[in-house]
Ligand binder design. Sequence first.
Ligand code: ADP
Ligand code: ADP
Ligand code: MG
Length: 662
Amino acid sequence: MFKKILVANRGEIACRVMRTAQRMGAACVAVYSDADARAMHVAMADEAYRIGPSPVAESYLRIDALIEAAKRSGSEAVHPGYGFLSENPLFVEACEAAGLVFIGPPASAIRAMGLKDAAKRLMEKASVPVVPGYHGEKQDAALLAKEADRIGYPVLIKARAGGGGKGMRRVDDPKAFKAALEGAQREANSSFGDAAVLVEKYVSKPRHIEVQVFADAHGNAVHLNERDCSLQRRHQKVIEEAPAPGMTGEMRAAMGKAAVDAALAVGYRGAGTVEFIVDASEGLRADRFYFMEMNTRLQVEHPVTEAITGLDLVEWQLRIAAGEPLPLKQSDVGIDGHAFEARIYAEDAEKGFLPATGTLTHLHLPVDLARVDTGVREGDTITPYYDPMIAKVIVHGASRAVALNKLTRALRETRAMGSVTNVAFLEALSRNASFALGDVDTGLIEREIATLAAVPEPSALDRAVAALSALGLLREPAGTDPWETLTGWRQWVEASQFALLDWRGMQMEIEVRTLGNGRYRVAAGRAEVDVAVKVGAAGVHTLDVSGEIIEAIVVEAGREVGVFVGGEAVTFGLPDRLHESDDSGAGEDRVVAPMPGLVKVVTAKAGAKVQKGDALVVLEAMKMEHTLSAPRDGVIAEVLVKAGEQVQDGVVVVRLAEPAKG
Ligand code: ADP
Ligand code: ADP
Ligand code: MG
């Protein structure tokens, strides 16, 4: 086994790999960019090397810097994690040229599977069923449109170099094909430096079911069962599970065999995932699954497979890279119970899953209820440079229902402040009725987005508790409040105080009247709440609301107050009263960049008439395109950005003319 391993990655996956490598007695070498100098993966490592500035092109994607760090540290092997250089054959070759073992497949296997079109051609030859479509080399727009007609709408345009759901457009109508093609090519070019696409039949009632495979250097391959990753938004996985609900032994065997055949066809070694799209319009059927692509690396969602098999997939990767044979035969691989993984991201589900940044002023992860894989700690910052993932929460139970219940509980136990997160969305999804029945498909989230992503207005009680906190009334332990010693007097004169709270840009003024003995009458909007508070330690308070005893966790962090009552979380901002009339935010007349990014396309023209919802500017951030559209009907007064320009968040990109009066 290796004595020293360099982990060429960051965040949760770097930490995950190091956990196993260190358990197996290997020393771990971390690499970091400037933004990550104090990151968790650096702290966990036995030694660490700086590889460059924060942008990935200048750090985590620099093969020369990584090889240099591996050599200087005396590492014997390199683990690439996922993303970054994990599927780059040039990196594999550079490692081998430097005498380092690449913990992953041979460069030739990555190349064979690297481009989706070539991979599909190869799979056809190996008799693995592929999605019907056009996966030829010609890229002429007219030809692609004709192929789409031949395939039959709806079709899916995909970047052949794609990954992470980027560079993908579903087209329902031939009239929309040209614009969709251009969008896909543009995103493909900027994300992967390769604009070529393939066109596929859009499978109806699609389920994403993938098979984990492993192959050793001695010609053996096995599969470790399937994962269902049908819960997606924008083609990105949200909650994954294993096994797939409704899976039959017959179909599992057929998919497992196809996946193993796919791996053997390319001379695979190490961990890989063969992704299939399944037409579930008539349930799961062994003749309705089609190869989509092979991911030649460890997958984000590998922990659900670990949970149901009891195996450590990183350990398998290390052993196979060290030349050992596969630890198990196919017949020895079992399934124990059911597992789910939810991906916690810094993103705003209500605003179309807009990626967010920020310093995690408070972070409580449900480590007592679940396995939590993370690469950040409280106080760490989610920067715009990398994937905004905060943590993965993995639960295991004897049955699917038990595991799903655990997932809900774990998510209700999760608290994060300092950045918007998708925790409430995930929690709502974990309680979704179709999901509970196992009736999943890749369109479920989009169909039910209104209920899943709805952010309910904070209740009167939430506001009341936040107001008490804002006024400093929850700070002292009960009994030492100086007002309480003056109770008699206070009963005569009810003191009134006002707290100003901000909730998602909405300001609310709340009146708190002190009634004495820890009792308050709080007027929050039209609702009035009488609440008695027993201030507790560590922000855990006991409330008496008209005889109902409620536990509330209140966290003050930065300029925010988080109120956590009964599994619901609300974060309020504490606005600075001096800047109350600050109007620099997006109004009806301004279109503001919601995050830092690169202006890709400007369709807005000064003087032009626009309708509410018209696309004005396309911004690229976090490798995704975001369309900024007109907030109302009107006329464009000013366009303040040009394509190719980098903008900060909060910058006004387009201004609309004042509506004409009368
Ligand atoms: P999976 O989530 O199934 O493992 P994805 O294709 O979604 O596979 O990608 C896995 C991870 O790899 C993502 O979470 C993302 O961080 C990273 N990734 C994928 N594509 C890219 C890319 N083009 N550039 C940078 N990172 C990427
Ligand atoms: P990526 O490399 O970005 O992961 P994939 O080819 O794996 O790209 O597709 C990502 C997702 O897009 C799938 O998980 C699935 O939800 C959806 N998808 C892909 N191909 C099809 C198809 N032909 N029909 C319907 N949905 C599809
Ligand atoms: Mg995929």
